[in-house]
Design a protein around this ligand. Sequence first.
Ligand code: SF4
Length: 290
Amino acid sequence: MYQFNHASELLQMCENHKLDISEVLILAEMEESGRSRDAIRGLMEKQYQIMKESIRKGLSPDIKSVGGLIGGNAHKLSVYGQEKGFCGKTVLKAVSYALAVTEINAAMGKIVAAPTAGASGIVPGVIVALQEDQKYSDVKAVEALFVAAAIGRIIAINATLSGAEGGCQAECGSASAMAAAAAVNMAGGSPEMCMDAAAVALKGLLGLVCDPVAGLVEVPCSKRNASSAVNALICADMALAGIKSFIPFDEVVDAMYRVGRKMSPDLRETAQGGCAITPTALQYAKRILE
Ligand code: SF4
């Protein structure tokens, strides 16, 4: 009864039953899994605690990734953002948190794949920074995670969340759409506004290729999480200001999938194109292979 494959169906359910996106997702999950509301909420609360823990650990100056390409950037930006910056405190906090999670991921620490390990910094970066700076409750933050999950579910059903299949637009693009919708929900925006934010966020990253240097999820992945978190916040603000997406979310998802299918395999996680074949990247790859 609460199952949905498309944003249009989800919005219709919200409208018909006067429910918000998180509630429809919980009801759908209860139907599908047979689990109780408390069990489902408990699982999501646990995921949120893991996200917070990965941020806390990732802000340490001593993090070093397995490939040695990243580590300590989250710490640098969090120190810098306390006193300086063009972007404002909350944006820089979200970015430093996004970097923190990706640095922990690259150091083989524990993260929540939201929706993938490579794009794991965006959703927690945005939600945790907003919770801290806007003083939202834990209940509100977990509710926002359900909204993010609803967006991820629609993309997973109708397109792909995999960089190997659809390029980085499917990973960082999807995570940015998830975070944008979550942010709108936290601020009290309507389900339609959540979808507008998600649509604009995914559109902004359409065509983004997957080109990890030496095949490691470090460069450009970590900093791409940073810029995708900012993209999410901008799109959330636009939606909350009443700006609509000209193209509905479902159509953007279809477009993203079509773009992914047309992408050369060189640009889909094989490290054969983009940043991965720049002279600097090739030099590094040769060094670690030796
Ligand atoms: S570049 Fe590829 S591996 Fe890195 S985050 Fe994007 S999709 Fe994932």
